[in-house]
Design a protein around this ligand. Sequence first.
Ligand SMILES: OC[C@H]1O[C@](O)(CO)[C@@H](O)[C@@H]1O
Length: 523
Amino acid sequence: MVAGVGPNGGGGGGEYPGRFTGFVAVTCILGAMGGLIFGYDIGISGGVTSMAPFLKKFFPGVYHREINDRSHSQYCKFDDFTLTAFTSSLYVAAFFASLVASTVTKKFGRKWSMFLGGLIFLSGALLNMFASHVSMLIVGRILLGIGVGFSVQSVPLYVSEMAPHKYRGSLNIVFQLSITVGIFAANLVNYFTPRLTVVDGWRVSLGGACVPALIIMVSSFFLPNTPNSMLEQGKPKEAREMLRRIRGVSDQEVEAEFRGIDEASAAARAVEHPWRNILLRRNRPYLVMSLLIPSFQQLTGINVVMFYAPVLFQSIGFKSDAALLSAVITGTVNVLATFVSIYGVDRWGRRFLFLEGGVQMIGSQVAIAALIGWKFGVTGDVTVLPAWYAWLVVGLICFYVAGYAWSWGPLGFVVPSEIFPLEIRSAGQSINVSMNMFFTFLIAQLFLTMLCHMKFGLFLFFACFLVGMSVFIYFFLPETKGVPIESVARVFRDHWYWRRFMVADDDDHKGGPGGKKFHSTAV
Ligand SMILES: OC[C@H]1O[C@](O)(CO)[C@@H](O)[C@@H]1O
């Protein structure tokens, strides 16, 4: 999320010497672990909530409704508050944790924030694995959420501070890629665990989260703090030596970059009121983007598929096994399509990908609504459906997922991370992460109830949002492809709408809090 930026003052600024050292390699792996933790959570809960033994043990009401009530509407058979609370509770916790984590990350350094995240996450995974009552499940999910909030906040920051400038952008998308790999791994685990005979499959699925948690804990324990953290803690000598070691260069060679980081850290510390500054008129475009982009990302409806694909596929007539297999298929498409974004983001630009992905998702949502409406109508009373029909829906969902995976998925993080000027960067990133978690929670909690009430119209509902957000991108998002972070403010100043905020900012600069000290760093 915050990879690509750091308090280094903008990333991509100078061309400092630096090799791809062992340190950098390890930090990449660590970054990937942060993404895996998040992705594994997203992908695991839907499959687990479609497993009969799990439902029977913790949600008997849902289980019996599914078994006995054949005439019941397909749209509503999984609509159960505690069932959705099981999935969504994680994101409420992650929302609050991502707000708190920035203080911990700043005070104790990225390293300990990651360690703490891993530890809390591990305890959540263990509690879930050994759960004997639904309350243990929910508390476990809350702990997992706190772990996710801490990791999503601190790991990318750690990676971006360790990585040489020229690798920072790609590491940003590697983080999203690792989220998709985490989802895929979870889908795969869910496909195999119901076949286990000696132990409950769902316990293995939920306990699997221990693996990335242990890796992140062990590695963050042994890894050093970043030079930026050391500067924040008033240890300039250690910070300089650390930077030299990470870059694998000589004393002289590291000097320029160290000075840059030192100045930028001092400047970042001097911003007394980043939360107030973000409200200044001249920062309005960034505030709007930090609020809307993550919210819109979730309003594409992607997590309906990511969380509930197996449940959704069962609702359209698949048996449990085929439903879990279909989730593996959509998970594969999600990973592969993310590579298209890695390839295209700096060639075709952000706007093209956003708009193409948007149109592709609108088309598939409308087609899915039409197909489901055709067979299920408003009653949702269907017993037998032809196989070709269910597979056609799966195909359309894959087309939709691909559109998301090369547009709103990675860009939802890349764009906010590259537009914030230094004075509001930490606040902007916190807003971005917490909005993302908040809307993820809303979708997780409301989807099954919405499906029950809005029926096939739910897909049209998301399609309408997609129309609105594509129009927004078309008119309001300037292209930032190939623009150095320091110069991003210029593209906003040249923009037909945002220029009015950027030009007429004299008052803010003169009188606003912090206004005298900081003009947008990107000027
Ligand atoms: O790959 C899809 C996943 O990616 C995210 O957008 C996070 O970047 C999640 O909200 C979604 O589940």
